[in-house]
Design a protein. Structure first.
Lengths: 707, 152
């Protein structure tokens, strides 16, 4: 990589960009480039569209329209373009996109990075964009040489003709840019892939990250800016009623104190001074509606939800079918609130001046950021620019917009550019938490020892009802059903119900969203049912997976690779389909240690075509560890409206000397790509609970697992 | 009163509150941003730099403790050590989000300065002060071993 930091396209480069109503891509608009972009590229591109820029000297820049938060979009998204441009990744530079309709994620309806959708949504779209551009480069060469395009070939940045003529993409770019782009160019057959799926593919952001030169939100510098530390109400949702800044202003180095809608910010040249000033503030808070919230009350209200009707989200057969000599199995499961706890605490930089608002930060939802920044700064959305830095972890936290609004409000109130940085404590105590959930699952075993019926009811808050209320209709939240309405087991009679219960706690999307909630309940329950049937939990599962051969194959491979043995009583299994990827997890406990010490996790996924296999495994491994930290140690509780945890000491993360061996296997597949960034998370908790039940007979029905 | 110390081999001064943690002097006054803020309490290791050659959590040590001493960030690691570690990190494509990795590499440098060929257990224990929320631990372990081999 030649560039040492993320470069960003500015919004005005995209004035002429459009997307069709269906979200299909349009690549055919040639963009008037700003002078700053031309300078940053070193040379004015001769060909430039939403995804690809080529200069006459053959500098090729590919645009990544998703936020890089570790999940490898910075490499795997440009790889889709490079594949069809027949370009090795060593020939390209990457730029992170600004905000534009053309960059909307059709699977989510906004310019959002989330839901393990990036490659799934882009796989055809970006390959098509690459192929269309390759096609006009070839056509430009054919016209220049007065030969048939079919006798020309684009490869490694050059078009060549059988006669020996040759020109670089850059030399052809100006002519190619005048040609109409084909709407449906032919795509390469997977057998001819030169980039996608190659084990040799390397991350393009590794060199700058290991050099300490990658720019995260916390590293942003705007000339003349101050560092802001924001005092927020100890109860989320509270607002300041009055404050006394006299002591804060006496702290040497404090520049200014300003009030915003939900806090009071102290500005200084460095964070330590800003924080010291903030600690000296005297603030009276209106703690708001949540001032008396407590964990016990919240939990009780969810338990009461179990007796409510809710919304039936899936039915199969007749849930009231009579099962002759049926044996009933019933269990209730509980999952706590969780924080995202990214390594990089929430932060954002803003410069509100001259009727414009510039936002730079670790952002997962650019369009939403543009809207809230415009409102906070009192400018038009077209006068907002959003520049996305590298994210020091996202996990769903940074698709919220609170920090963007706050930074814009502070900059506006202070009349100067600011970088607002939260403390780790602010981050844990002012998160958007994964909802607490309670699940009641009941089933009846038939004469064959398999489940004849299964009834599952989930009670929790709806994140979508808070974040995107228009998408929740008649009690149906499309993100709450993840992991339950796609259950892969062939059970003749099923009824799955969601009961949305708002407790007032601020909830958000957390890596793998409801998959982790529903998988814990359903995969624990299936294990309990297998035990009640006197069957091996693997055999019990396999017997009802005939209609899902990919799920079956994943489970079979996980069993084989893990050395699973039912008789050794230290293994637990779980399997599911999550974001179009079929996975199975086998956990082996350490027989020499306490009952919860994990020796090894074997994780198998069929994720369709793995665009970047090495990083697919890295994502699944990381997801397993993230899920294991949560299962073993993480719980957010609330008393008097205040979150009781605030840092790694009481909201721990597994450390280097605490992680088990994690072995990941990918099943080769030519199916379309499935998700990867979140898929490793949900199966860990149920597989571990199942292993503990096998080892000790003790069934874990509440998380975190308390040994 | 100015506090003088060396940063990556260069003499520098800081004028301000002597209680200011080294981290914020480096990041906000001297534009050295490779050490990251993670927890502010010495719990996560993202801010790890070297003071007189030994790894410290720069978020929790005041700049007054650096007076007259040598502070080293990733940029200032001895060339051989720095290259061995960075090359090993690249070879295994260790980083995901990458935020903790500069601190991880500084802890690795501290370990390798003390122990030429650390065992797996020694690596795991020495690196246990550095949290990685992306879960890159197994690649970190491999990269530390590879760096040790490169230095041998």
């Amino acid at each position: 990589m030649k560039n040492h930091s993320l470069k960003n396209q500015s919004r005005r480069q995209f004035i002429q960009q459009t997307a069709t109503a269906a979200g299909a891509f349009v690549v055919g608009m040639y963009l008037p480039l700003s002078s700053e972009a031309a300078t940053s590229a070193g040379q004015q591109p001769a060909l430039a569209n939403a995804w690809i820029r080529i200069t006459p000297s053959n500098q090729i820049t590919l645009i990544c329209a998703r936020s890089e938060m570790g999940q490898d979009v910075y490499t795997s998204m440009p790889a889709l373009l490079a594949e069809e441009l027949n370009l090795p990744l060593s020939m390209i530079q990457v730029e992170i996109a600004g905000v534009a309709p053309v960059y909307i994620n059709a699977l989510l309806g906004g310019q959002i990075t989330g839901g393990s959708t990036s490659v799934r949504e882009a796989f055809d779209k970006l390959r098509t964009a690459g192929a269309a551009t390759r096609s006009v480069l070839v056509e430009a060469a054919a016209q220049r040489w007065n030969v048939a395009a079919s006798d020309c070939k684009a490869m490694n940045g050059k078009v060549t003709h059988s006669s020996g003529k040759s020109a670089t993409y850059g030399e052809l770019a100006a002519d190619a840019a005048k040609l109409p782009l084909p709407e449906k160019p032919a795509l390469k057959s997977p057998a001819n892939f030169m980039v996608i799926g190659k084990e040799s593919m390397r991350r393009l952001d590794t060199p700058i990250k290991v050099a300490g030169k990658a720019v995260y939100g916390i590293d942003v510098k705007i000339p003349g800016m101050a560092i802001a530390s924001l005092a927020q109400c100890p109860v989320i949702g509270g607002t300041p009623t009055s404050y006394d800044a006299s002591a804060a202003l006496k702290v040497s180095g404090v520049i200014k104190v300003v009030q915003i809608s939900d806090g009071v910010a102290v500005l200084a040249k460095d964070f330590y001074t800003a924080r010291k000033g903030r600690d000296a503030l005297q603030i009276t808070w209106n703690e708001g509606a949540n001032a008396t919230l407590s964990n016990a009350v919240v939990r009780k209200s969810l338990e009461e939800g179990l007796s409510k009707k809710g919304a039936v989200i899936k039915t199969v057969g007749d849930i009231n079918a009579t099962v002759a000599n049926g044996k009933t199995v019933s269990a209730q499961y509980f999952l706590p609130y969780l924080a995202h706890s990214t390594m990089e605490p929430v932060n954002c930089s803003a410069d509100v001046s001259n009727g414009k608002c510039r936002i730079i930060g670790p952002i997962q939802f650019q369009q939403g950021g543009e809207a809230v920044a415009a409102a906070a700064a009192g400018v038009k959305p077209e006068d907002v620019t959003i520049e996305t830095t590298f994210l020091g972890g996202g996990f769903g936290r940074k698709l919220e917009l609170d920090f963007i609004r706050q930074a814009a409000e502070i900059s506006k109130a202070a009349g100067m550019p600011v970088k607002m940085l939260w403390t780790k404590e602010d981050d844990i105590t002012h998160d958007f938490y994964r909802p607490m959930s309670i699940h009641k699952v009941e089933g009846v075993l038939g004469a064959n020892g398999q489940l004849e019926t299964m009834k599952a009811k989930m009670v929790s808050q709806s994140v979508t009802a808070r974040a995107f209320p228009g998408f929740v209709k008649d009690g149906f939240d499309p993100f709450m059903v993840e992991g339950s309405n796609n259950v892969t087991y062939e059970i003749p009679n099923m009824e799955i119900t969601n009961v949305i219960t708002d407790t007032g706690v601020r909830v958000g999307y957390w890596r793998s969203v409801s998959n982790a909630l529903n998988a814990f309940a359903i995969e624990s329950f299936v294990d309990e049912a297998a035990k009640a049937a006197g069957k091996d939990p693997v055999a019990f599962r396999l017997a009802s997976l005939d209609k899902h051969p990919r799920a079956k194959a994943a489970l079979e491979l996980a069993v084989k690779k893990s050395g699973y043995s039912a008789s050794s009583k230290r293994f637990g299994v779980a399997q599911m389909e999550c974001y179009d990827t079929y996975s199975a997890c086998v956990i082996e406990l350490d027989p020499t240690a306490s009952s919860t010490k994990v020796k090894k996790v074997t994780f198998v996924s069929d994720c369709g075509i793995a665009v970047h296999p090495d990083q697919a495994r890295a994502q699944l491994t990381g997801g397993v560890i993230y899920g294991l930290s949560a299962a073993l140690a993480n719980e957010i509780t609330i008393e008097n409206g205040r979150i009781q945890q605030n840092n790694f000491n009481n909201y721990p993360s597994l450390r280097q000397n605490q992680v088990p061996i994690v072995e990941v296997h990918l099943i080769p597949s030519q199916e379309k790509p499935g998700g990867l960034g979140e898929v490793g998370v949900p199966l860990v908790a149920p597989a571990l609970a199942n292993a503990i039940a096998a080892a000790t007979g003790k069934r874990i029905r509440e998380l975190p697992i308390k040994a | 009163m100015a506090i003088s110390f060396t940063l990556n081999g260069k003499a520098v001064n800081f004028e301000g509150d002597p209680e200011t943690p080294i981290l914020w002097v480096l990041r906000d006054h001297l534009d050295v941003t490779s050490p990251k803020y993670g927890c502010g309490a010495g719990l996560c290791g993202a801010c790890t730099v070297h003071l007189e050659g030994a790894a410290i959590r720069s978020c929790s040590i005041p700049i007054s403790a650096a007076a007259g001493k040598a502070v080293t960030s990733l940029e200032g690691l001895a060339e051989k050590m720095g290259k061995a570690i960075q090359d090993a990190w690249i070879e295994f494509d260790v980083p995901q989000c990458g935020y903790c990795q500069t601190g991880q590499m500084m802890s690795a440098a501290d370990l390798l300065a003390k122990k030429k060929q650390p065992s797996s257990d020694e690596i795991k224990n020495a690196m246990s002060g550095n949290i990685c929320r992306c879960g890159t631990y197994s690649r970190i372990e491999k990269a530390v071993k590879r760096a040790a081999d490169k230095l041998a």
